[in-house]
Design a protein around this ligand. Sequence first.
Ligand code: IPD
Ligand code: CA
Length: 270
Amino acid sequence: MDAERLHVIAVEIAREAGALARRRRSEGVAVAATKSTLADIVTEADREVEQLIRDRLSAERPDDGFVGEESDAQPGTSGVTWIVDPIDGTVNYAYGIPHYAVSIAAVTGEPRPGRWEAQAAAVYSPVVDELFHAVRGGGAWLGEQRLAVSTVTDAGALLATGFGYDPATHDGDLARVRRLMVLARDLRRAGAASLDLAYVAAGRLDGYFERGLKPWDHAAGALLVTEAGGLVGGRPGGAPGADMTIAAGPGLFERMRDLLDEVDGVGGNG
Ligand code: IPD
Ligand code: CA
């Protein structure tokens, strides 16, 4: 398994897919369907961009597995699986807010968070033409600039979070925000988890936390953060994933995890 080759493929396809998403956005966007809840939408562009990524990957790497947000998963035989969100930030995309990204990760091992080992990642934000990418052991990069997570100052941490599409979870989301504000100089909710993680890697955010993420929301971004010297985890002792995803530099990470555990531990919001 050649991680550098996977990295090159991830970067190339993310660029092509991002250009397609941007072109389709400029032509106008229609919501194609709702998914888990009325707020959870998919556009024709999400499906078309995922198909493009699938086609390119199966031409280049026919034996690899595929897990994407908008189509059925397919197991592979090579030991490598691609974890793909064709458009992360779909609600931004549908509203014409330019903060969205294509997220592509190549992982080895069982294709489940906590079981996989991410090898290569690309998160491409096409409107601002920013390509965040990483290869295992080779650092995280924004274009040709090497990334490093921030060190928090006395002014407090610039934190980011997200709220899932299920209204039943919002009380818990807000309880976590309330608890973590003690660490914060301010809070962002920008609307694309892959970019939240990429921004932690770049030091544009000090820390990020969110419950309810899907594998394609965090697979690529998590490798960016760890390759930039940061930590990514879930509930204490757990892997990042649906229960909780936390990303930050060392020090802040542990403080965030402890406060989140006060909310979500035994007797908390669960
Ligand atoms: C969503 C975004 C959002 C996060 C949600 C995700 P999507 O992904 O990353 O920021 O809060 O949990 O589902 O639906 O735009 O691909
Ligand atoms: Ca998506």
